[in-house]
Design a protein around this ligand. Structure first.
Ligand SMILES: NC(=O)c1ccc[n+]([C@@H]2O[C@H](COP(=O)([O-])OP(=O)(O)OC[C@H]3O[C@@H](n4cnc5c(N)ncnc54)[C@H](O)[C@@H]3O)[C@@H](O)[C@H]2O)c1
Length: 277
């Protein structure tokens, strides 16, 4: 029997990257899956986001595991839109047991050069969108007195990062929100945890804008150019990990058995936090 057999999981940002990996990992352990993604770009985000074709590919991959998959594009910043996804998911599968609020964006800029739109979009997606996703599903979980809520923060939510103040602020915010909600619902059968990955091998890292952030001294840095700079950022000397590695942590707290873990931050950190408390 799979770790989440008979459960239903909602995964945001599931067109690609970690969201897709989480959807597939949960399906492989017996859950039916509801996937959503913006499937459009955001003007202040300096790289392309997931597409409708990629979201459809995630659906096909989930269905290939033998599990059911419902897909509906939505912007997590849109209260009505994410509400419709939750409604459709409950209508289709009767319940939502697991919420993986994973969708997010990044970007960079010197503190004084972050304009209002760039700051606001980052907070709107990474913090407020995560809040709206969880808020949309919470009443249903409270009614059923069961829930596993998992929000994606980042190791950037555990420390400071130069040129990423807006992203760092949003990801610290996710942790504060998770811990507060965990206390509110502690005696209601619902756990709430945050996942804090270090560098993960996804399109969020692998784009010209991020390469330039890590190699400001180069004109047109490549994946090969950034590799040693990422390797230098953690104890393992590994540039980045596969999304599936993060999915294992998600699965751990998504399981029925993880009823004692709540309000926690699960770091998948490549050892980058080994020297801290
Ligand atoms: N890649 C990393 O190194 C890394 C490290 C730590 C944390 N994270 C976090 O992990 C999560 C997943 O990122 P990823 O690495 O898979 O990157 P990714 O860019 O491949 O995936 C993010 C997905 O979220 C979707 N999305 C963005 N804004 C959205 C919105 N407003 N509404 C709905 N969907 C939206 C995108 O379209 C994309 O498909 C993010 O929250 C990110 O901040 C990433």
């Amino acid at each position: 029997m799979g770790a989440v057999e008979g459960r239903v999981a909602l995964v945001t940002g599931a067109a690609r990257g970690q969201g897709r990996a989480h959807a597939l990992a949960l399906a492989a352990e017996g859950a039916d899956i509801i996937v959503t993604d913006l499937c459009a770009d955001i003007a202040t985000v300096p790289y392309s986001l997931g597409t409708a074709a990629e979201l459809a590919e995630t659906v096909a991959l989930v269905e290939a595991t033998g599990q059911r998959c419902l897909s509906m594009p939505a912007d997590i910043r849109d209260t009505a839109g994410i509400g419709l996804v939750v409604e459709a998911g409950i209508e289709a599968f009767g319940q939502i047991d697991i919420c993986v609020a994973n969708a997010g964006v990044t970007g960079y800029g010197k503190f004084h050069e972050l304009d209002d739109d760039t700051w606001n979009d980052m907070i709107d997606v990474d913090l407020t969108g995560t809040f709206k996703t969880i808020r949309a599903v919470l009443p249903h979980m409270l009614d059923r007195r069961y829930g596993r809520i998992i929000a994606t923060s980042s190791m950037a939510g555990r420390m400071g990062n130069a040129n990423l103040a807006h992203y760092v602020a949003a990801k610290w915010g996710v942790i504060g929100m998770v811990k507060s909600l965990a206390m509110e619902v502690a005696n209601k059968g619902i756990t709430v945890n945050a996942i804090a990955p270090a560098a993960v091998d996804t399109a969020m890292l692998h784009n010209d804008a991020m390469y330039k952030l890590f190699c400001p001294d180069m004109d047109a840095p490549t994946r090969e150019d950034v590799t040693p700079r990422y390797q230098a950022m953690n104890r393992l000397g590994v540039a980045w990990m596969d999304p599936e590695e993060v999915s294992r942590a998600v699965l751990f707290v998504a399981a029925d058995a993880a009823s004692s873990m709540t309000g926690q931050v699960i770091e998948v950190s490549l050892g980058s936090s080994a020297g801290t408390q």
